[in-house]
Design a protein around this ligand. Structure first.
Ligand SMILES: Cc1cc2nc3c(=O)[nH]c(=O)nc-3n(C[C@H](O)[C@H](O)[C@H](O)COP(=O)(O)O)c2cc1C
Length: 391
């Protein structure tokens, strides 16, 4: 079975290692008076003209030539804007696919259909979606969205109904709870493009209902394996009941090294470099309020008080302390190249059909993971392996 493997594009800047606190790759830390780029330190911290777009273009190209299908372009208050970044990356890469994360509620579906169709036409169909619906709490208010949890999913479902309707061509009208369209439709020149594959994330019942109607892939963060298997089975059952098929995908951070000791040493060094600010940020994250079922499941699987990095080891090669080192979600895979590939294969066994991997710094790690881990993942797409052998 072919497993599609994506990389993550760090559109929020990143440090040069998990030990380093400055998000200085791609000049995101200019406000700290510390313009350092990965090519080296410009004397006096001056500007060398190498900016955040240059950096993420390098990451995308590194992932492309290392055998990844494409990259997830995340959408959080601290990231660049994924639609804009996709158009830019389209010109910087040849086959790389852009998984655009967006919350449907914040876009008019007609505008989204036109933007997507234009991108598909311009890139030969390289766009796909990570449909997100929002985690509630202060983050949702940051976007100006006050809709309650299940209403947000109802809006997402209706948005995707409209998008699919518009995509078919002809005159399209829709009178729903959130959208009213009279004789709408895409311009003639944009018709007939491939509809973007939908990776759908969210762990609540409302999310599973919406995913089963519209998604090609149900996407989850890494969770304890039994829990993940249950969730995948639930979404598959719901989708079967609608007479459709759905695949599953896991978004997971990894630390892969030649030996397991080296991989854990990387974790330990990151852990030992934590300062009080990073620990306070982590505690704020685990204590955060929001209505995201998925985020709450992540938070419940990690200690609130701790003395050593080992307290975060939940399973062979699984470490639940990633949010300490780089913010974001908690669980990831740590081990030798072979072990990381084995854990990915375990996930394939329990129902994963695709992965979005990430590791810091994304540039060098794209080469490392592409070279050392992807070829060991059984079922990794033969097309890619053939391409690499030929090239
Ligand atoms: C793999 C994955 C990636 C996500 N990426 C984003 C993102 O880029 N931006 C965002 O605001 N939410 C993101 N989310 C949040 C979810 O899409 C969803 O809005 C949230 O989990 C709340 O839904 P729930 O209550 O159904 O879990 C992501 C979730 C997952 C599982």
């Amino acid at each position: 079975m072919a497993i599609d493997i994506f990389w993550r594009i760090p559109t929020h800047g990143e440090p040069s290692s998990l030990r380093n606190k400055l998000q200085h790759r791609g000049d995101w830390s200019q406000q700290q008076g510390d313009h350092v780029v990965h090519r080296g330190l410009v004397a006096g911290g001056g500007d060398d003209g190498f900016n955040s777009l240059d950096y993420i273009a390098e990451v995308a190209r590194a992932a492309e030539i290392s055998g990844f299908h494409g990259g997830l372009i995340p959408s959080f208050p601290m990231t660049d804007e994924p639609w804009a970044i996709s158009s830019f990356l389209a010109r910087e890469t040849k086959t790389f696919r852009f998984m655009i994360a967006f919350q449907p509620g914040f876009l008019n579906p007609v505008v989204a259909a036109r933007m997507t169709a234009s991108l598909q036409r311009a890139t030969g169909g390289r766009a796909l979606y990570n449909v997100i619906t929002g985690g509630g709490g202060p983050a949702q208010l940051w976007w100006g969205d006050v809709a309650p949890h299940d209403d947000r999913y109802a809006r997402t479902t209706e948005f995707l109904d409209v998008l699919r309707g518009l995509w078919k061509g002809g005159s399209f009208s829709h009178h729903g709870k959130f959208y009213h369209i009279e004789d709408g439709g895409l311009p003639e020149a944009l018709l007939g493009q491939e509809f973007p594959e939908i990776y759908f994330s969210g762990s609540s019942d409302a999310a599973l209902a919406s995913a089963s109607k519209h998604a090609e892939y149900y996407l989850s963060w890494l969770e304890p394996f039994d829990q993940l298997r249950d969730k995948f089975n639930r979404v598959k059952e719901r989708t079967d009941a609608l007479g459709r098929k759905i695949k599953c995908a896991v978004r997971v951070d990894i630390i892969a090294r030649a030996t397991e000791e080296e991989a854990w040493r990387e974790v330990r060094r990151g852990f030992e470099s934590l300062d009080s600010e990073a620990i306070a940020r982590y505690k704020a994250f685990v204590g955060m309020s929001g209505d995201s079922v998925g985020a709450n499941r992540q938070r419940s699987a990690t200690p609130k008080e701790f003395k050593s990095y080992e307290e975060f080891i939940t399973h062979r090669n699984i470490w639940s302390g990633f949010s300490l080192l780089r913010g974001g979600q908690t669980q990831g895979i740590v081990g030798s190249y072979e072990q990381v590939a084995e854990r990915l294969d375990d996930l394939v066994q329990l129902g994963a059909d695709a992965f979005i991997l990430a590791s810091t710094p994304h540039l060098e790690e794209a080469y490392r993971v592409g070279e050392e881990v992807l070829p060991l993942v059984r079922g990794h797409d033969e097309r890619v392996i053939e391409l690499r052998a030929a090239g």
